[in-house]
Design a protein around this ligand. Structure first.
Ligand SMILES: [Zn+2]
Length: 291
């Protein structure tokens, strides 16, 4: 049995995927599709302060989180979690929060907003949720956005796989899960070799496509977020600890899944050697984020 690399209680892990435990995300940006998701996760949509969030993370052994913005306004009609909001929280909790912005690729000013988010607000990367935002990354109309982010020199996180947003409602609230297919990201990775891309979540039901892309594209990575390890496909878990052990990162999808709950499940359902645990829980994230 390998040991637990967080057993001494020192916060070291880096969570690559957290949302706001706040009305701005859970109610305003999330709307009805988020309430559907909460039902699916069995999670209570409880708000917390950022002090409370940090305490919960430190107690679980996590030192930093990537907090992501959200702008799916064109497709959903819901207001965004703005880049200014994310930058404001980051400023207040700079030792704990790494801010990733969001731009809505369907808005005319998305390229300018991406530049402003990095150059003026100092955000560290971008997060896209193609299903909520209703776009395909491989659509040529988005090329200027990928060119711009590649030039800005910051990484991007794309959603991977199905989504629980809208789950169970008639028509799934009109969301199209095809946009979560990682093969649409492969096109972006191929034409933007200097763009560092993280495919968030085990990309159910396209895990094998995701594994293939992460193996073949030096600039594409993956994370565990959104899934407790006990529900993740064995093949995916095997690759994460072997062929892709330098390219896989810890993530929760907080507040849907909290850090303690995820890490306890990781301890119970995986048995990666300690050197691999260190890579998965923080070393790979440090390299990806250039910390
Ligand atoms: Zn998420």
């Amino acid at each position: 049995m390998p040991g637990d690399v967080l057993a001494d209680g020192e916060p070291r892990a880096i969570d690559m995927h957290a949302h706001q435990p706040a009305k701005e995300f859970l109610e305003d940006a999330g709307g009805e599709m988020m309430r559907d998701a909460a039902k699916k996760f069995g999670a209570e949509m409880e708000f917390d302060t950022y002090e409370g969030m940090r305490e919960e993370y430190y107690a679980a052994g996590v030192k930093k989180v990537v907090l992501v913005g959200w702008d799916a306004e064109t497709n959903t009609g819901n207001p965004p979690v703005t880049n200014d909001y994310v930058a404001g929280v980051r400023d207040e909790f700079a030792d704990f929060i790494i801010g990733f912005g969001s731009v809505d690729p369907l808005k005319d000013d998305c390229v300018e907003e991406a530049e402003r988010a990095v150059n003026d607000l100092g955000l560290s990367g971008f997060k896209f949720q193609q299903i909520a935002q209703g776009f395909s990354p491989s659509d040529p109309e988005h090329e200027p956005l990928w060119d711009t982010i590649e030039d800005l020199g910051v990484p991007v996180i794309f959603h991977g796989g199905n989504s629980t947003l809208g789950a169970g409602s008639p028509g799934g609230r009109g969301l199209r899960i095809k946009y979560g297919n990682p093969m649409l990201i492969d096109d972006v990775a191929a034409t933007h070799p200097d763009l560092q891309i993280l495919i968030a979540h085990p990309a159910f039901p396209w895990e094998r496509e995701q594994l293939a892309i992460c193996q073949q594209k030096g600039n594409v990575y993956m994370d565990f977020s959104g899934w407790l390890p006990k529900y993740i496909d064995d093949e995916w878990l095997h690759y994460a600890g072997t062929l892709l052990k330098d390219k896989t990162m810890f993530g929760t999808d907080y507040p849907m899944i909290g850090p303690k709950k995820w890490l306890d499940n990781f301890r119970e359902y995986t048995d990666y050697p300690e050197d691999v645990q260190r890579k998965l829980l923080w070393e790979n994230a440090e390299a990806f984020l250039d910390l």
